[in-house]
Design a protein around this ligand. Structure first.
Ligand code: UDP
Length: 553
């Protein structure tokens, strides 16, 4: 025991000495505060000041070294929500010499990921803003492994979904309030600060009305990779789809068909489906399938995912619970219901998720268009859509409107009033929309065989020219197939050729099935043409252009 203690003391001594001599070291990625993640050695935190502290010494490193631009507006975003002014990260600076006068630091030996959760009360936010970004930030830095420590700095308590955050690593995440327990000054031996925004697909409407992000960088493959990893952590086993298709006999497929069911996600406090039983009956009858209901109020999250991960269809009122559609099998259908006066085209976090390339989900929405079928709650508190606190005129205007106009987040009373209505789902119109929507459902076979491999450049592109008459000339372009094509089975291979007369700012595009072509239309003698060639697989998988050819007739 004494050996262990002295060992710990030596480590402590080394750590303290290292901090005093070298100070803090920071190296970051990202040009802007919005795409920055920083790695630190010996980043410290004063629970007294509630500030992170950077200790300067002769050998400390701070890259980027922004000077006071570090405060314009911040070093980085601590949550995955872009440029939100409540989510900024910065640190205070001190000379390492000041350590002599400070409380003895406590060192955290774990590799730590420091971040803000954005809204841990809401399941959609938990997944979109926190779990996916943290998961892939951890994938980006290999020392953020299963032993990593997460620290949540937003200042909230555990929240209702803490179990899910606990799945990210084997160590218990720390909350801001718990940092006090480590004493007045704690220093993270190795830490990363900030979250990758690479996986987020939705913006909540802080600067422009909510909608899909402008430049989505994630595909269904990454979402499904994450979903699978999470299911493994929750000990949910699902018969793999490939396995199901591959080895199964006719009878087995028959049986699978019999086992198919529809999941209805039920909310029991707000935004209710008032005739859920009727809806369930209608679904069962229409599709000749079992219908299973799930609800966050009545079931554990893993048991919900167990159900959803084998369902053929998920039906739910618009709401955070629909984030669970990422656990649906490929080739299944998401049906989202919207209350009266809420335009489905304007609130699309779940539609965007379902329709990400490679997500392979079919998305259908239904909207209540009958005012007599909606139940409003004008007398509730404002955050649940109450409007009693508003001027009478404004209340009248809201009640008379059948469409919530576009608006910013997060307190628009008309939006809250309408989105917290309960709905009596009109069964005939619902079934109509559903039947209609199912007609355009692509078969999974088709999406499965669709390749995602892009062509390489065409090789050995050449041009040859000849002048026929003073007014006519010919331009022959030829090339070899992309190198990767010989290893691929591609349904359709085409080539695109762009021909531009030098100095003009337009070009003529051609799509060709073969590897050479002689152009004579619009080709003039004694003229220089620039020619680009690229390969296209299956109509929409574009390859890169080969180096431009300069061809003089
Ligand atoms: N929630 C629920 N049942 C309800 C109402 C809400 O399970 O009757 C959950 C919901 O899925 C979300 C959280 O409570 O995770 C917050 O719901 P809210 O209506 O505030 O957000 P929204 O669903 O509109 O995103």
């Amino acid at each position: 025991q004494s050996k262990e203690l002295s060992q710990a003391r030596i480590d402590y001594h080394i750590a303290l000495q290292s901090l005093q001599e070298h100070g803090t070291r920071m190296v970051c990625t990202g040009k802007m505060h919005t795409d920055r993640i920083c790695r630190f050695d010996y980043l410290c935190y004063s629970s007294e000041a509630e500030e992170f502290v950077f200790f300067h010494s002769n050998s400390s490193v701070m890259l980027p070294n922004l000077g006071s631009r570090r405060f314009q507006p911040a070093l980085l975003d601590l949550s995955s929500v872009e440029d939100h002014n409540t989510q900024y990260f910065n640190f205070l600076e001190l000379p390492a010499a000041a350590l002599k006068f400070m409380p003895k630091p406590v060192f955290v030996p774990d590799v730590t990921l420091i971040l803000n959760r954005f809204n841990p009360d809401n399941l959609m936010h938990v997944f979109h803003d926190d779990l996916l970004p943290a998961f892939f930030t951890m994938k980006q830095y290999s020392d953020l492994d299963d032993e990593a420590r997460l620290v949540f700095m937003e200042g909230w308590g555990e929240g209702p979904h803490f179990d899910l955050y606990q799945l990210l690593s084997s160590k218990q995440p720390l909350l801001k309030e718990q940092l006090r327990n480590f004493g007045k000054l704690m220093c993270f031996t190795k830490s990363y600060v900030g979250l990758s925004k690479m996986t987020t697909w939705y913006q909540y409407g802080f600067v422009q009305p909510q909608g899909p992000k402008a430049n989505i960088l994630v595909s269904g493959n990454e979402i499904r990779h994450f979903a699978k990893a999470l299911m493994e952590k929750m000990n949910i086993t699902r018969q793999d789809e490939a396995e199901k298709d591959g080895g199964s006999s006719e009878q087995e497929r028959e049986r699978d068909k019999k086992d198919e069911y529809i999941a209805v996600f039920s909310r029991s406090t707000t935004r209710l489906i008032l005739n859920e039983a009727e809806l369930i009956m209608a679904l069962a009858q229409e599709f000749q399938m079992r219908v299973v209901t799930v609800s966050l109020e009545e079931q554990s999250f893993p048991s919900i995912i167990q159900v959803i991960s084998a369902a053929s269809m998920l039906v739910s009122m618009h709401g955070a619970q629909l984030i669970t559609s990422m656990f649906l099998p490929r080739g299944t259908t998401v049906v989202e219901l919207f209350p009266f006066a809420v335009n489905p085209e304007q609130y699309t976090p779940y539609k965007t998720l379902a329709t990400l390339p490679g997500m392979d989900l079919h998305y259908i929405f239904w909207r209540n268009s009958k005012e007599e079928n909606t139940v409003t709650h004008p007398d509730r508190p404002w955050e649940q859509g109450g409007i009693a606190h508003l001027e009478k005129d404004e209340q009248q205007r809201i009640l008379a409107s059948a469409d919530v106009p576009r608006h910013l987040c997060c307190r628009n009373p008309e939006w809250l009033f309408r989105i917290y209505q309960d709905t009596l789902v009109d069964i005939p119109s619902f079934l109509e929309v559903l039947k209609d929507g199912m007609k355009s459902k692509p078969s999974l076979k088709k999406t499965k065989t669709a390749s995602t491999v892009h062509p390489g450049r065409v090789r050995e592109a050449h041009c040859q020219t000849s002048v026929q008459t003073p007014n006519e000339a010919k331009l022959t372009v030829s090339w070899q197939i992309p190198w990767n094509l010989k290893y691929l089975k591609v349904r359709e291979v085409k080539y695109e050729v762009w021909i531009q007369e030098q100095g003009e700012n337009t070009y003529m595009p051609y799509i060709l099935p073969q590897q050479n072509y002689t152009f004579s239309e619009n080709i003039k003698p004694f003229t220089t043409y620039l020619v680009w060639v690229r390969c296209i697989f299956n109509k929409n998988l574009l390859g890169p252009f080969a180096d431009v050819l300069t061809c003089r007739t």
